[in-house]
Design a binder for this molecule. Structure first.
Ligand SMILES: [Zn+2]
Length: 109
C-alpha cells in the first residue's frame, strides 16, 4: 500500500482517543510497515525519567513528554489551500504522480 501521508505533512486527527481528536500537527515520523505516524504534540505520553549517568553526563530526573505513534487511519492531511482535513487523491502527470486535495484539487506537495 502506498502511503498518502509523508513526513512534514500537516494533519488533523479525525478519530481515536478523545484527547487527540481534532488536534493538528506536523507529521514527524512515519512507520510505513506498521501503518502508524507520529504527530507533533499529539498523543503525548508521559515518561518519568530517573536520574541516569550517561557517558559522564548526568540526566536529571523529571517528567518527559514524548509523542506516541498513532494509527495512520486516524489522521487526515490538512490541505494548505482550503485549510480542511481532506482525503488525498493521486494525480498522474506523465511520469510524475502528485497528491491532490479531493476537496479543492490543490496539489499537496
Ligand atoms: Zn483543498
Amino acid at each position: 500500500m502506498k502511503l498518502r501521508i509523508k513526513k512534514g505533512d500537516q494533519v488533523e486527527v479525525i478519530t481515536g482517543k478523545k484527547d487527540n481528536k481534532g488536534k493538528r500537527g506536523e507529521v514527524i515520523r512515519v512507520f510505513p510497515k506498521e501503518g502508524r505516524v507520529v504527530v507533533q504534540g499529539v498523543n503525548l505520553l508521559t515518561k518519568h525519567q530517573r536520574q541516569v549517568q550517561s557517558e559522564g553526563k548526568t540526566i536529571n530526573p523529571g517528567i518527559v513528554k514524548l509523542e506516541g505513534p498513532i494509527d495512520i487511519s486516524n489522521v487526515m492531511v490538512v490541505c494548505k489551500k482550503c485549510n480542511k482535513p481532506t482525503r488525498v487523491g493521486m494525480l498522474r502527470d506523465g511520469e510524475k504522480v502528485s497528491r491532490v486535495c479531493k476537496k479543492c484539487g490543490a496539489k499537496l506537495d
